[in-house]
Design a protein around this ligand. Structure first.
Ligand SMILES: [Fe+2]
Length: 125
């Protein structure tokens, strides 16, 4: 799945980071399909760092615009951070599966398409 304008939050930096996340996912999916394990491990590690940086940006922005579901959103991020760290721990011992990649892609795409779009109206207030 590609990032499209329909997923835009209207926040320049966040949207740029979302595009970067989708790009990372695409790279990871290609590496997995082509069974290039080392590249997949590298992509997962890069994705983990990228996700961490992106969540920090998003959390600061949500706090600033007083998004009412701030706490719930942070909890979603927290769960994913834990899950992502566990999967990356598996990846570095070259245990990368298609299910793992599918989970990461599904979670991130759904999160951007559903949870992230919920704070978009507050950015414009
Ligand atoms: Fe988010």
């Amino acid at each position: 799945m590609k990032w499209t304008q329909a997923l835009a939050t209207g926040h320049e930096l966040i949207d740029e980071q979302h595009r970067g996340l989708f790009h990372c996912l695409e790279e990871l999916e290609t590496a997995t399909t082509e069974q290039r394990t080392l590249l997949a491990v590298y992509s997962i590690t890069r994705l983990k760092h990228y996700v961490r940086e992106h969540f920090e940006t998003e959390e600061a922005v949500m706090k600033q615009c007083k998004f009412p579901k701030f706490k719930e959103h942070i909890a979603e991020h927290e769960n994913f951070r834990t899950k992502m760290a566990a999967l990356q721990g598996k990846a570095v011992i070259l245990d990368v599966s298609a299910e793992m990649v599918e989970f990461l892609a599904d979670w991130l795409i759904n999160h951007v398409a559903e949870s992230d779009l919920e704070y978009a109206p507050y950015l414009r207030k």
